[in-house]
Design a protein around this ligand. Structure first.
Ligand code: NA7
Length: 536
């Protein structure tokens, strides 16, 4: 006897993509159940409550664009809003569209298994309950699986310890405390500069320095607020025209084709402007030409030397194994000046890894350090991590984790051969992974909603990509990536995370061909009756 469906669609995750997908599919008349591990909506902005967490995207370029009412009713208070405000915004959206009625909170998905005979998915929660649906949509987020460092003794520490990605809901104080921060990625940088304001003694353990650039945040005054609200159409049109969905787009010039003076003046200008202009709005050859890249890298290195008083500390903060912008550029507010404080120490652990965490601190390079608190800003099992921790099985019981063992393979970063009726929002090899994410989330979600409209109209029971379509897309992803300096460097972009078993070989987790090209490809696929997919 076949068991009837409980829902048409199960969505895993109530972050920005899951919330919007729920809204659109419900509007189309589908029955939808969202499972969310947290106690509230917001995904990234629900979990990442660490001190100093905030946007590096302009606030008004980050919110949803689909509702004029939301746009007009919501006031962003700063050009780059802090996490509590973003979470309030997402709660506001959830209230406005009554999303919570179809979201089950405290519901962590343990497994999702495809029933080939019935063309449906059985999704089982950690509490053992199973829900059957025709379709499964993963909205698990690309940076949602915190990774603890592979250092022995972590459980032995008797003081306070936190990973930034699972920061407690209660206030955490730093005054008078001896605090260690491990990790200096975008999260570590935001954490360090905030903790340093009130800490007793701060010690930063840095394995790899990054090129950080100033955020230049400021409050939004009433006049600016009115102008923003009057120009949302232009703001989103601009974002949709740029390579990565940000307001900033590459300069038409090439770094090596302008005079030294013009180049230096341009870098100075970009360094003095808010946001990602220095990364996304730079000369167009800095990501592909090492000589061009060297010019901006040298510029930022000199800025670090100017801002950090102790030359030896400044040298430690300067990256030597990669060029500017080939890893995620952390944006900062007074980050380098933190190292001019008497109560802050920087420990370079590149050639001297932390040996162990102890009951009272840690041991490194033959020295014992004592701390009241250890903060792990050690990042995530990026992009595929959220999939790997769920036992996802497709045709013939094949595990998704096994299929992706040599790196992800997908069609458009939205479906996987052998896993029918599963759609992967912001999945690996999807343009949304290298994007001002909400802009690309909206594209993903709206494309999937149109597909579901088609599915309904044509009474489709099963959709799956062909192996040929998946192979061609995967090849295209690597081909585009191979031209970029990104793929020559270890980072979460290239799937390197030595804290996770099996993630020590470079692959490429993103799609770097740009949001406009990706959108066009997706639209063409849809216009050609979902070319590359088999619909039954
Ligand atoms: P990242 O960018 O992956 O940074 C993690 C940091 O933690 C980075 O400095 C790592 O050094 C360091 N790390 C990781 N493992 C260890 C161990 N075992 N010992 C010492 N140091 C370690 O994560 P973030 O959370 O900062 O940012 C992720 C994204 O979230 C970011 O790009 C934004 O888009 C939002 P490494 O560089 O690997 O040498």
């Amino acid at each position: 006897m076949s068991k009837p469906h409980d829902y048409d669609v199960v969505i895993i995750g109530a972050g920005m993509s899951g919330m919007y997908q729920l809204h659109l599919l419900r509007k189309l008349g589908f029955s939808v159940r969202v499972f969310e591990a947290g106690t509230g909506v917001g995904g990234t902005w629900y979990w990442n409550r660490y001190p100093g967490a905030r946007f590096d995207s302009e606030s008004y370029s980050y919110g949803y664009s689909f509702s004029e009412e939301v746009l007009q009713e919501w006031d962003w208070s700063e050009h780059f809003a802090a996490q509590p405000e973003t979470l309030r915004y997402l709660d506001f959206v959830a209230d406005k569209f009554d999303l919570r009625t179809d979201i089950q909170f405290r519901a962590r998905v343990a497994s999702a298994i495809f029933d080939d005979g019935e063309n449906c998915w059985d999704t089982t929660l950690e509490d053992g309950t199973t829900t059957r649906s025709r379709f499964l949509i993963t909205a698990v987020g690309p940076l949602s699986t915190p990774a603890m460092p592979a250092i022995p003794g972590i459980e032995d520490f008797r003081g306070e310890s936190y990973h930034t990605g699972t920061w407690p809901h209660e206030d955490v104080g730093f005054a008078g405390k001896r605090v260690a921060v491990i990790g200096t990625g975008a999260t570590g940088v935001q954490t360090i500069q905030e903790v340093a304001k009130t800490v007793g003694q701060l010690t930063v353990f840095q394995r790899s320095p990054n090129y950080c650039a100033p955020l230049h945040n400021s409050p939004i005054d009433d006049d600016t607020q009115a102008k923003i609200k009057a120009s949302y159409d232009e703001i989103f049109a601009q974002c949709n025209s740029t390579h990565s969905g940000f307001l900033h787009d590459a300069d038409p010039r090439f770094a090596l084709q302008v005079s030294d003076q013009e180049r230096e003046a341009f870098y100075e200008q970009r360094y003095g402007e808010p946001g990602f202009g220095i990364w996304m709005g730079n000369f167009r050859d800095i990501f592909v030409d090492q000589d061009a890249n060297d010019t901006i890298s040298e510029f930022v290195k000199n800025k670090i030397r100017q801002r950090v008083k102790d030359p030896a500390t400044a040298e430690k903060l300067i990256p030597h194994n990669h060029g500017f912008g080939t890893r995620r550029v952390p944006l900062e507010t007074g980050y380098y000046e933190v190292y001019n404080q008497d109560n802050v120490d920087l420990v370079d652990i590149k050639d001297m890894p932390i040996d162990r965490i102890t009951a009272t601190g840690l041991e490194c390079g033959g020295k014992a350090y004592e701390f009241d608190m250890i903060i792990y800003a050690t990042g995530f099992d990026a992009v595929t991590g959220g999939f790997d921790k769920i036992d996802i099985r497709g045709l013939g019981g094949r595990r998704l984790k096994d299929k992706w063992v040599g790196g992800p393979r997908t069609y458009l970063g939205l479906q996987v051969e052998g896993f029918p009726n599963m759609l992967t929002l912001v999945g690996p090899h999807n343009a949304a992974t290298f994007c001002n994410i909400p802009r690309c989330i909206e594209q993903n979600v709206e494309w999937v909603a149109e597909l579901f409209d088609y599915i309904k109209a044509h009474d489709i029971k099963r959709i799956a990509p062909t192996l040929e379509a998946e192979d061609a897309w995967t090849e295209h992803v690597y081909d585009v990536g191979s031209k970029l300096l990104f793929t020559k460097v270890d980072s979460w972009f290239t799937g390197i995370n030595r804290n996770i078993e099996g993630k020590d070989k470079r692959t490429f987790l993103l799609y770097a061909g740009g949001a406009p090209a990706y959108r066009e490809k997706c639209d063409n696929v849809a216009a050609n009756n979902y070319e590359g997919f088999v619909l039954q």
